[in-house]
Design a protein around this ligand. Structure first.
Ligand SMILES: Nc1ncnc2c1ncn2[C@@H]1O[C@H](COP(=O)(O)OP(=O)(O)OP(=O)(O)O)[C@@H](O)[C@H]1O
Length: 336
């Protein structure tokens, strides 16, 4: 096998859905969820796969892991066609999908891990070493003997990660691994994945809406929109391509009913009940924005923040007219 653990070319998935067309009539509609994705991932890469809701991320992951049959294109994961060789592929990949658990709900976590050793026929020594590492890095010991159904979401996610890794997979697929987690669990999961990435043996493919995950973990970012790849490169390349903006963050003593909109510095968001305003510096200078605000409110604090991945990605998803780069294709649906 080459150094590539994932090779997908022209990958497509269409779903046929029935839509109401009057009181009794329904007609069929074809939704193209994934529309010709090319994706080559080398061993040891850490890849963030992001896109707005409905962009086709989960559908891609399901095709890569053999859950869904592609409607078109070529795909090999660890040298295998995922659907045709799904059982064999399961030995080479680990999967953490939020909605599907690999743990036995009524059993203590420890017993699930034991059962998985038998399911994957992992030699006891390898299993023991991997479990010890996960116990240390993910702090599992406090809840190893508690039935899974009684675990908190963060504890269960740490258990799911362990379960996905006990057979020593080459590729780990994670769909939204930090969603809904509290700050401590989120940091534990991120720290663990970062450590996993440092060793360079496990390839990581991660979908997330939390861009801090991507910044912390992924050297490479693939952005998908309407089923098509619109960016494939580093985060720095994304900033270069989409012209990143510095931000001015102003803390006000009293919230303004109508925050000002200085020319050349759009208001990105208001936070803290209107006490914090975040402006993006386009053509205006920070001094101009601050001077404009100072005439209207008492400023408690001002900070200038370096380009923010949230800002770039939000503009990319909205495909604002001033943002260079790919235009959104038309709606990826046609009526049959
Ligand atoms: N089983 C299905 N039947 C019909 N349409 C589907 C099915 N699964 C997904 N779709 C559609 O395919 C498109 C892509 O969905 P997908 O779940 O892959 O997006 P996503 O990028 O993972 O979104 P999110 O961030 O909201 O999870 C959406 O329009 C969705 O409605």
């Amino acid at each position: 096998m080459s150094g590539n653990v994932i090779e997908a070319h022209g990958l497509r998935k269409e779903f046929t859905i029935r839509v109401k067309a009057g009181r009794l009539r329904r007609h069929k509609r074809v939704v193209t969820a994934v529309d010709g994705v090319d994706l080559v991932v080398r061993r040891g890469e850490m890849l963030g796969y992001i896109g707005p809701n409905g962009a086709g991320k989960s559908t891609t992951l399901k095709m890569l892991t053999g859950v869904l049959t592609p409607s078109g294109g070529e795909v090999r994961v660890c040298g295998l066609p995922p659907v045709a060789r799904r059982t064999r592929l399961a030995r080479h990949i680990g999967v953490v999908f939020g909605q599907r658990s690999q743990l036995w709900w009524d059993l203590p976590l420890r017993d699930s891990f034991d059962l998985l050793r038998h399911v994957y026929r992992v030699p006891a020594g390898d299993h023991g070493a991997r479990l010890r590492r996960c116990r240390d890095l993910l702090d599992l010991d406090a809840f190893l003997d508690i039935p899974v159904r009684q675990l908190s979401l963060g504890q269960r996610m740490r258990g799911e990660l362990t379960a996905a890794l006990l057979h020593g997979p080459q590729v780990l697929f994670l769909d939204e691994p930090t969603i809904g987690l509290d700050v401590v669990s989120r940091q534990a999961v991120r720290g663990f994945l970062a450590e996993l990435g440092r060793t360079g043996d496990t390839t990581l493919v991660l979908t997330t809406h939390d861009l801090a995950d991507i910044e912390r973990l992924c050297a490479r970012l693939v952005v998908i929109d309407h089923g098509r790849v619109v960016h494939d490169g580093t985060i720095a390349a994304l900033h270069d391509r989409y012209g990143s903006r510095r931000l001015v963050v102003a803390e006000l003593d009293v919230a303004l009913p109508e925050p000002p909109a200085p020319p050349g510095a759009p208001l990105l968001r208001t936070e803290a009940d209107g006490h914090r305003l975040v402006y993006a510096l386009e053509t205006a200078s920070a001094a101009e924005v601050v001077a404009g605000l100072a005439g209207l409110a008492t400023l408690r604090d001002i900070s200038i923040v370096e380009p923010d991945i949230e800002d770039v990605v939000a503009r990319m998803y909205r495909a604002e007219p001033d943002v260079p780069g790919p235009r959104r294709p038309g709606p990826a649906a046609r009526t049959a």
